[in-house]
Design a protein around this ligand. Structure first.
Ligand code: GLN
Length: 483
């Protein structure tokens, strides 16, 4: 049995641990050996075997002592390298934070420790979560386990590669414009970006604070739900985190068929094989007792341009703290404070991060702020209104997650705009603060294809219910790409 542990989902592992058929120690050792054997995938930035084993042993000890334990006790969860884990490196895959060790736990690390989960390694990502391929990582690129010549997506590409290769049953990602859902789609996984405010960002290294969310990634909807429930909680340390009385989940309606809305007009540029997988999924939902209707989603064409004003504007402000003075990379031979700051930043940040800082500083500069930043805010408001209007008539907005399947490493690096268009379908949910997930619905013939569902605020469980209908009818859960 031990040979197949990496194929099991978190819920099943939790059941075996509870039944005494498995120890957290044996599970951790199996996954550590597997991670060592698949280092070439670039999934982890660092993996502290002693730390993993210590936590696993502590879980086994709790169980031996007869404590009442939750379903995640002893289950490893791999963590993206932009979420603070006390005593572990926190690099955001940037030279700027090379060698930095976190002095405290993020809120999600707190929650997972309280659930007894084993925090397992630090996952590779695009530098400061800026990118869609994990190629902007300063620690080396990550590969797609379904085809190592291709990207796993990004920015949570390490999280996706880790899950698809069976290196952990669960992973945390973060999503500012698609960074959970796009890699989930490219690697055949379930990835969910929660409603803005559902999960605390305390201890998440900020990229664009009005858009960032932490969320679960898994190989099944059941596991994704389990992790979501562990993460979602009020937290006074993040002032955008929803209080206990503002978290009532929005369920699917009971009196009528669930209704999916398809914004047909937006599907024009989708690759034919991705489009075909999407239409097959819509046909399934119709046959499965859902209504599938065409909807209009006006102003959608403004989403990518508005995002690439707002996200860089916020990033330029958030990344001002890396000045070589308090922490992070410090240039060696600077003469004076200004030289120290400019050299430290020139040496510490990679090209994509610099591009975003320049863009963000420009759109906020005196004389231009209203023409760019102000206009983008107005576009954002229109997009949110259009989405809420559409969601008054349907339970989810359905599109493919990404217009194409995973591309070859290097294929889009030279053209930032091509890279930015990877997030065409995912960005609006961030701008509107809405929950959205990607669930596998087949392949383009060779590579995984995801279905993207966007719901009304706090409709996470309803989206998972809808996704689970497809998953149950097809053998697309718990797929691991490698033997
Ligand atoms: N790919 C988008 C970007 O580069 C989104 C990244 C994210 O969600 N963190 O900004």
């Amino acid at each position: 049995m031990s040979a197949d542990l990496h194929r099991l989902g978190a819920a099943e592992l939790g059941r075996r641990l509870a039944a005494g058929d498995l120890t957290a120690r044996a599970l951790a050792e199996h996954l550590l050996a597997r991670a060592a054997a698949h280092r070439d995938l670039g999934a982890f930035n660092s993996l502290d075997a002693d730390d993993t084993l210590r936590q696993a042993d502590a879980s086994d000890a709790r169980r031996r002592a007869g404590a009442a334990l939750g379903p995640l006790d002893g289950v490893p969860v791999a963590v993206k390298d932009n979420l603070a884990v006390r005593g572990q490196p926190l690099t955001c895959s940037s030279r700027m934070l090379a060698g930095f060790v976190s002095p405290y736990d993020s809120a999600v690390a707190d929650r997972l420790r309280a659930a007894g989960a084993v925090l397992h390694g630090r996952l590779n990502m695009d530098e400061f979560a800026m990118g869609s391929s994990t190629e902007t990582s300063a620690t080396g690129l990550a590969r797609n386990p379904w085809d190592p010549s291709r990207t796993p997506g990004g920015s949570s590409g390490g999280s996706a590669a880790c899950l698809a290769a069976g290196l952990a049953p669960l992973a945390l990602g973060t999503d500012t414009g698609g960074s959970i859902r796009q890699p989930a789609s490219h690697c055949g996984l379930v990835g969910l970006k929660p409603t803005y405010g559902l999960v605390s960002r305390f201890g998440l290294v900020a990229f664009a604070s009005s858009l960032d969310q932490v969320g679960p990634m898994a190989r099944s909807t059941e596991d994704c739900r389990l992790l979501l429930r562990a993460l979602a909680a009020p937290d006074a340390r993040d002032m955008t985190c929803l209080p206990a009385d503002a978290r009532a989940p929005r369920a699917l309606p009971s009196g009528r068929k669930p209704r999916l809305g398809v914004p047909r007009r937006l599907l024009e540029g989708v690759a034919p094989a991705v489009r075909a997988a999407f239409e097959t999924a819509m046909a399934f939902y119709r046959a499965d007792g859902c209504e599938v209707v065409d909807i209009e989603l006006p102003h959608s064409e403004l989403a990518v341009p508005a995002y690439y004003v707002l996200a860089p504007a916020e990033a330029s402000s958030n990344l001002a703290r890396y000045d070589g003075v308090r922490y992070g990379h410090r240039a060696a031979d600077a003469s004076g404070i200004e030289d120290l700051m400019s050299r430290s930043r020139a040496e510490g940040f990679g090209p994509e991060v610099k591009r975003r800082i320049l863009l963000g500083t420009f759109v906020l500069s005196a004389g231009f702020a209203d023409a760019y930043y102000g206009k983008a805010l107005r576009a954002r408001a229109l997009i949110r209104e259009a989405h809420l209007a559409a969601l008054a008539g349907v339970d989810a907005i359905a599109t493919p997650t990404v217009p194409t399947a995973a591309f070859r490493l290097g294929e889009k690096s030279a053209d930032p705009v091509q890279m930015y268009l990877e997030d065409l379908f995912t960005i609006p949910a961030n701008l509107a603060g809405l929950p959205a997930l990607s669930v596998p619905v087949g392949s383009d013939g060779a590579l995984p294809v995801g279905l993207h569902l966007v719901g009304a605020p706090l409709a996470e469980e309803a989206l998972l219910d809808l996704a689970a209908r497809f998953e149950r009818a097809h053998a697309l859960a718990h797929r691991v790409a490698l033997p």
